[in-house]
Design a protein around this ligand. Structure first.
Ligand SMILES: CC(C)(COP(=O)(O)OP(=O)(O)OC[C@H]1O[C@@H](n2cnc3c(N)ncnc32)[C@H](O)[C@@H]1OP(=O)(O)O)[C@@H](O)C(=O)NCCC(=O)NCCS
Length: 176
């Protein structure tokens, strides 16, 4: 990774400035817009929680991940092999990466991985001790599937999921 960075929860505009966050690809503009317009309000409403990356000497947000509580329907495509009959339940508890984005010019510095690692840390330290949460999930844009695969996610292996524009990927967060 290049240079020192800070990873923290998104705070009010005076501390974390989002107005310069830019994504080059037109298809990624909703990710740009969400951070600029909605992330703080969505956090205040407890709909998403956003973690950001900044440089220590500047207030501008350079990358972010927003997460929310969720469920995953495994549809028999993945076994929970450390709990007998877990598949009796259609849905299993999860956290969803609702949005993940690195700003234009900051790709490939390891920040996407850092944000996902931070989210896994939050789940294991601040969620799993208090509420069941077995999976980390994401509806992956096709162009980011290999990125998530590299980080240990796998595609839910059903025909319907494979055909989706943003197929569901998941990581099993069972204790080692
Ligand atoms: C996808 C994204 C978040 C990745 O963040 P990043 O900071 O550029 O990725 P990292 O530098 O942390 O990469 C981690 C690893 O994944 C690889 N990787 C990154 N993007 C990749 C891609 N699109 N395809 C394949 N591999 C990729 C890197 O080479 C690196 O591999 P290494 O560990 O062997 O060196 C970022 O490129 C982005 O914001 N893309 C546009 C928005 C988007 O698609 N978001 C995901 C929404 S589902």
């Amino acid at each position: 990774m290049s240079g020192e960075i800070i990873i923290k929860k998104l705070e009010a505009a005076g501390l974390d400035q989002v107005s310069r966050f830019r994504m080059k690809d037109v298809g990624d503009r909703p990710l740009q817009q969400f951070l600029r317009r909605d992330a703080l309000k969505s956090g205040a409403a407890h709909l998403t929680t956003t973690y950001v990356i900044k440089r220590p000497d500047a207030p501008h947000v350079l990358a972010y991940a927003s997460i929310m509580c969720a469920e995953i329907k495994l549809e028999g495509a993945y076994p929970i092999d450390d709990k007998k009959a877990a598949e009796r339940y259609s849905y299993q508890p999860a956290v969803r990466i609702a949005r993940l984005a690195v700003c234009d010019g900051c790709e490939g510095l390891g920040w996407g991985r850092e944000l996902v690692t931070t989210v896994i840390g939050v789940i294991s330290l601040s969620i799993q001790p208090y509420a069941g949460c077995r999976f980390l999930i994401v509806d992956a844009k096709r162009k980011s599937i290999d990125f998530y695969r590299k980080l240990g996610f796998r595609l839910l292996d059903t025909e319907a999921n494979r055909a989706l524009e943003t197929p569901l990927m998941f990581m099993d967060l069972k204790s080692p």
